[in-house]
Design a protein around this ligand. Structure first.
Ligand code: PMV
Length: 350
């Protein structure tokens, strides 16, 4: 039993927020200043696969991402591991025969099937997969909600990747973060026509990290105060309703408005932060043109803390949306990153 190796593997999907998380009220616990909502992308397209193992033979905790050793001593990763180990300890205390995995070192091996540096929310899938892999290894009786509370401490947006389909993250009220957890709004099967494409404007690493960007925004932007207190709370209800009713026009309008509101707040900080670039703005204009041509909103762009666009649309509008992008992108430069693809069609059916 001494040499025994214990192992568990899992996948976690990337999620892209349509009501953005931006701003922390507690930087240690990653407690947000507003609630958020996201759509989970299909695991066939963007996901992290993680295997966690432990044995008495290991001499230190290690984390490998796409074959490269990572710093596992970061406060964020340690916070997740500490929580998981303490839950395992409780389990071992109750079951005398349970092997003492909590005392062994961990070996965590992760693979992303997309470029990590491309600013495609890799940390969300990464922490979600890490937390679930270790929880499975430890055979913890933890629900996705409880795991989301732990993954949130790794990366805020990671808590939403514990749920498929349409996920929310309620900001919560408590100082200990116990009520700041993710929840399912609807499973992916609820709206099987939903599709997304990613327009990779640049595969470079973002220049202002989300942590630094949020800190600066909270400290210096008055527009942000308005967003967190007045704008987002109203949109949360409207967006959840649009998701539940499969109302794409409302979903699209709110998605674009929220992305623009978030980037306006970034521009309002001192010094201003520019995540979108000229290529990003070209994508905005293309979406606007496609929607104008259609006479209704058939596509919706959204941008995270980087220049790449995620565009949501419905299956029936595939040819209008993707076709137009393909023909228009053909004439534009700046879309081809060294490791990205100019255009990536994502199938979202479960
Ligand atoms: O999870 P973080 O700390 O990387 O922050 C993510 C911030 C956004 O992607 C811009 C918005 C979101 O809700 O995912």
């Amino acid at each position: 039993a001494e040499e025994e190796v214990y192992r568990a593997s899992t996948y976690a999907p990337v999620n892209i927020a349509v009501i953005k998380y931006w701003g922390k009220r507690d930087t240690k616990l990653n407690l947000p200043t507003n609630s958020s909502l996201s759509v989970t992308l299909s695991q066939d397209d963007l996901r992290t696969h993680t295997t966690a193992s432990c044995s008495a033979q290991l001499s230190k905790d290690t984390l490998l991402l796409n074959g490269e050793g990572q710093d596992i001593s970061s406060t964020r990763t340690q916070a997740c591991l500490r929580e998981l180990r303490s839950l395992r300890q409780q389990l071992e205390a109750k079951h005398a025969t349970a092997p003492k995995l909590s005392q062994m070192k961990l070996k965590i091996v992760s693979e992303n099937n997309f470029p990590t540096a491309a600013g495609l929310a890799s940390s969300a899938a990464g922490f979600a997969a890490l937390v679930r892999a270790v929880a499975d290894l430890y055979q913890l009786p933890a629900s996705p909600t409880e795991l989301s509370r732990i993954a949130r401490q790794g990366s805020g947006s990671a808590c939403r990747s514990l749920f498929g389909g349409y996920a929310g993250w309620q900001m919560g009220e408590k100082d200990d973060g116990s009520d700041s957890v993710a929840y399912e709004v609807a499973p992916a099967s609820h709206w099987p026509a939903m599709r997304a494409i990613i327009l990779v404007a640049s595969a470079e690493k973002k220049d202002v990290s989300s942590t630094a960007g949020m800190q600066q925004t909270v400290a210096t932007s008055a527009l942000f105060q308005h967003r967190a207190n007045n704008v987002v709370p109203k949109r949360m209800n409207m967006m959840e309703k649009a998701m539940k009713e499969r109302d794409f026009e409302t979903f699209a309008t709110l998605t674009m408005k929220d992305s623009n509101n978030f980037h306006a707040c970034c521009l309002d900080t001192e010094p201003p932060i520019f995540y979108m670039n000229e290529t990003s703005r070209a994508a905005v204009r293309m979406c606007e043109a496609i929607n104008k041509e259609a006479g209704r909103s058939i596509c919706a762009y959204t941008f995270d803390a980087g220049p790449n666009a995620v565009v949501y649309y419905l299956k029936d509008d595939e040819s209008s949306v993707v076709g137009t992008f393909k023909s228009m992108l053909g004439e534009k430069t700046g879309w081809e990153g060294p490791r990205g693809q100019a255009i990536k069609a994502l199938q979202k059916t479960p």
